[in-house]
Design a protein around this ligand. Structure first.
Ligand SMILES: [Zn+2]
Length: 235
């Protein structure tokens, strides 16, 4: 495990659901944004199935979650937010999603792309990684390496762009830790912005976010961290 020293000028976070980026990488994204990096947030799903209540209305849930996403993105200091509004549970790593992601990568030209590690399926014998997370992860990998970088892939989607580095969250093979000590409170606020998704009061959520960040930071000696699997792409 090593400390992440990356200080990009442009970054893109691609996640499935409106709250995923904040939970997985809110600290490092807020840090980069406060350092002047352009942070582009891409959310694939509309959040319309994100409730355990049988009487929940998908249309109003979608509207609530869209507003929560904008609030959280503002807290992080994101430069742009793009919602692809795929129905929750309906993400597929198909040609259409890859074309859309390639178009966004070529438009915003990020040095680094952050997103879910699609290879992680089971966590601790108690959690199965959501299909939308896995499909989004595979689609972003395919969009970055190699499609966006090669002009004959999706030639109508802009000028080819090589992303320099991938940082994958929710991984079983983390090898870098970002120091998020300066932005952990911002991360907590961004997570709390997704009020429709919170089980428990704000203090309990804060404790969970702090606890996970403390654990992630320990191997590299920082108070609070976020761990990722890093892939540095040769070009
Ligand atoms: Zn999610």
């Amino acid at each position: 495990m090593r400390a992440l020293r990356l200080r990009p000028q442009s970054a893109m976070a691609i996640y499935a659901h409106p709250d995923d980026a904040d939970v997985a990488a809110g600290g490092v994204l807020a840090q980069w944004a406060s350092d002047g990096c352009a942070v582009h947030l891409v959310v694939v799903c509309d959040g319309s199935k994100g409730s355990h209540a049988p009487q929940a209305d998908p249309t109003s849930l979608k509207e609530v979650r869209s507003a929560e996403l904008q609030l959280a993105a503002d807290l992080l200091g994101a430069t742009t937010v793009t919602s692809l509004e795929r129905c929750d549970g309906g993400v597929a790593n198909d040609e259409d999603l890859r074309a859309t992601l390639v178009g966004l990568i070529r438009q915003y030209r990020p040095e680094v792309v952050v997103g879910p590690d699609p290879t992680a399926t089971f966590f601790g014998g108690v959690y199965v990684n959501h299909r939308d997370h896995r499909e989004t992860g595979w689609a972003l990998l395919d969009a970055v390496a190699p499609a966006a970088a090669m002009p004959l892939y999706f030639p109508t989607k802009g000028e080819a762009h090589q992303v320099g580095q991938l940082l994958l969250s929710g991984t079983h093979e983390p090898d870098v830790v970002a120091d998020v000590t300066a932005t952990i409170d911002t991360k907590v606020k961004a997570v709390l912005a997704h009020a429709s998704q919170l089980a428990g009061d704000a203090d309990a959520i804060r404790d969970v976010v702090y606890g996970r960040a403390e654990q992630a930071g320990r191997p590299v000696g920082v108070a609070f961290g976020e761990a990722f699997r890093s892939v540095e792409l040769a070009f």
